[in-house]
Ligand binder design. Structure first.
Ligand SMILES: [Zn+2]
Length: 198
């Protein structure tokens, strides 16, 4: 959901080898959270799509530091969890209506990619996905979109549809992908942020 990047510390040689992760469940400031130690360079605190709080810390971090990090962001976490709860109570959009909306948006971008797609429209699918807004399967000429995306402002729907179309040209998220996205949608970064903010 949202990622916090704090404490950019240098690593020792041992830590660069990324020791195995260990997971424990703790509570700090009344907030239950999952603590994952190892495998990261920085403290990453986030609310997962399933509503759990997860803190990843470098292997050398102490439990006191981990608890303190959670306690210090208690208000921020409460706000994120509240927003999430509110959204969970909103009814999901109708699947047929969602597909109609996505098809309408897709029609706008298809002409730009018609050559790449050999003159055949991609197959659009709608699924109740929790953790992703869209998935592109270039080999299958298929774009799958999250049902809940249909409840978002149309600028954000456009962003996701175009993003998935660009994967027909660039399967990854390297510089070439973002150069194409930015050329076709100059404010794509703003739209992406708005989508992530929710
Ligand atoms: Zn992508």
């Amino acid at each position: 959901m949202i990622l916090f990047l704090l404490d950019k510390n240098h690593l020792t040689e041992g830590e660069r080898q990324m020791p195995a992760k260990t997971t424990t469940h703790r509570t700090a400031a009344g907030i239950p959270y999952t603590l994952v130690r190892g495998g990261v360079k920085n403290f990453n605190l986030r609310v997962c799509t399933d509503g759990t709080v997860r803190l990843s810390v470098p292997a050398r971090a102490t439990l006191a530091q981990a608890d303190e990090m959670v306690a210090r962001h208690a208000d921020w976490l409460a706000a994120r969890l509240g927003e999430r709860q509110q959204r969970a109570e909103e009814p999901l959009p109708d699947k047929a209506a969602a597909l109609a909306l996505f098809t309408q948006v897709s029609e706008r971008y298809y002409p730009l990619f018609a050559d790449v797609l050999g003159g055949m429209r991609p197959e659009l699918r709608v699924r109740d996905m929790k953790s992703r807004w869209g998935v592109c399967a270039p080999g299958k000429r298929r774009i799958t979109l999250a049902l809940r995306l249909a409840a978002r402002p149309v600028e954000q729907v456009e962003y996701v549809v175009l993003h998935e179309y660009c994967h027909f040209v660039h399967p990854d998220h390297q510089a070439g992908f973002w150069a194409l996205m930015t050329r076709l949608m100059p404010d794509c970064k703003e739209r992406r942020q708005a989508l992530r903010r929710g």
